[in-house]
Design a protein around this ligand. Sequence first.
Ligand code: FBP
Length: 553
Amino acid sequence: MLERSPLHTARYAYTPKVPEIFLEPLPHIKALPSEVIEPDKDKELLKSIFPNSFGKPAVKFVKGEGVPSEKAFTVGVILSGGPAAGGHNVIAGLFDGIKKANPKSKLIGFKGGPSGLIDGKYLEINADMLEQYRNTGGFDIIGSGRTKIETPQQLEKSFENAIKLGLDALVVIGGDDSNTNAALLSEYFIQKGAPVTVVGVPKTIDGDLKNEWIEISFGFDTATKVYSELIGNICRDASSGRKYWHFIKLMGRSASHIALECAFQTRPNIALISEEIEAKQMSLAQIVATIADAIAARAAKGENFGVIIVPEGLIEFIPEIKALIAQINEIIAAAGSEYESLPRGEAQRSFILSKLPAETAALFSQLPESIQTQLCWDRDPHGNVQVSRIETEKLLVEMVSRRLKEMSAEGTYTGTFDYQTHFFGYEGRCAFPSNFDADYCYSLGYSACLLILHGLTGYIAAIRNLAAPPKEWIPGGIPIVSMMNIERRHGKEKPVIKKALVDLEGKPFKAFAQVRDKWALSSDYRIPGSIQYFGPPSITDVPAIILQLEQNS
Ligand code: FBP
């Protein structure tokens, strides 16, 4: 990037705001242990897989006697999975922290994600280089990837490279699967007697890596603000042209946090929440009928336009399709290389169809061919269906338009139906981080450095009180194993971090449920506009609405 935009240059000069405790000299910050957090379930199994990491306490950084050492650290860092705005600032916070501990400390960036550690591909991140990345989006400083470190060979290779490079610590910046990698590595290093502290950082635009201690993963704030700007513009276009229904699929993998946040930001006519659909056991036909009824109700008012938000993972939550996907997963896992060698499309579809039991085979055959094909595509390295590639918004358009024709014939719908489909995902992952994400990420990187200084291996950086101004944030860390459970992946039982889905009993969903009927009929959209980086904090520093609702602020 030779020519930089004025905003790009201006962002270099931004100084992230940090929790007050970070203004103390490092030796005056201590890690105060609090309660031991245990996983919700599968405790015994997890204890046997992670004998050295299980049952540790959460910690909070407070003023006090910290670690006096001025040791020069060699720290490795990995960016893992899909990009999320602020990753470069995590690296900046980490870099500034270890250099403050000792200017001779070194930061080594593994190239292209976890595979960089396995294959020994790395570069040293120095101050000049980092200056070009502060407060910018993307993961391009070292690149990212989705390789999973789990086989004995991968763990051993990672160990060998960590030792060869003299690493004192390794920081894995990633989502649920990548932090699972971090926990496995931490346990492996302990078992090998290697003094390498492994620390995780909660990243993912999906917002599903959260709990009482991790209030939000980084990147969510920026991504939802970018999507909300686009949705708000579309809402205004819809009510200007008054001729299209816009079906907007939003990234977020399984959880509907992104859809929910964007719904609060823009007040669309319909926002589907996958978790509710699953809880109510709604079939595809029922979802379609609900949408068609809402379209008919607006048409009766002369409003043949509207906006519908569809979460990316919806398809996996529709009970009959969820069961179908689980069966396809098992078939793919059992067939192994036989399936991998099949060309995409007809060959994969026929293979799957020939192995499905009669009832699910009938459902599979009823789906549009494009959706059948997409359901058969390879799983990601973690065994997940690649939901971003399934065109759920088009599936819904097709089925809703069929249903509206039936309703027309029955005389229950008198409108006209024309539509546009959209998918917003990649648009929001690499934007310049919002001030919230710029501040949060820098603080996460600095917290990771503190976890390293205190030798807290197997921990993930966690910052609380995020709806308050940064100086009131409460930084600390929690053991990664405490967030795990056992799930079936690639046909096997594996320890993984439990995805946090939208809580239907939580404050954000309840608030949404109270207002959505009003939104369905009105065209009173909310237009959030674009992210503002400079100006009054009431415009530049407002955290996500769901975070505010959760914290009553
Ligand atoms: P992470 O969980 O790695 O943060 O990924 C988030 C995400 O953007 C999902 O919302 C989406 O389903 C997926 O990545 C798409 O990734 P890819 O382009 O690698 O298929």
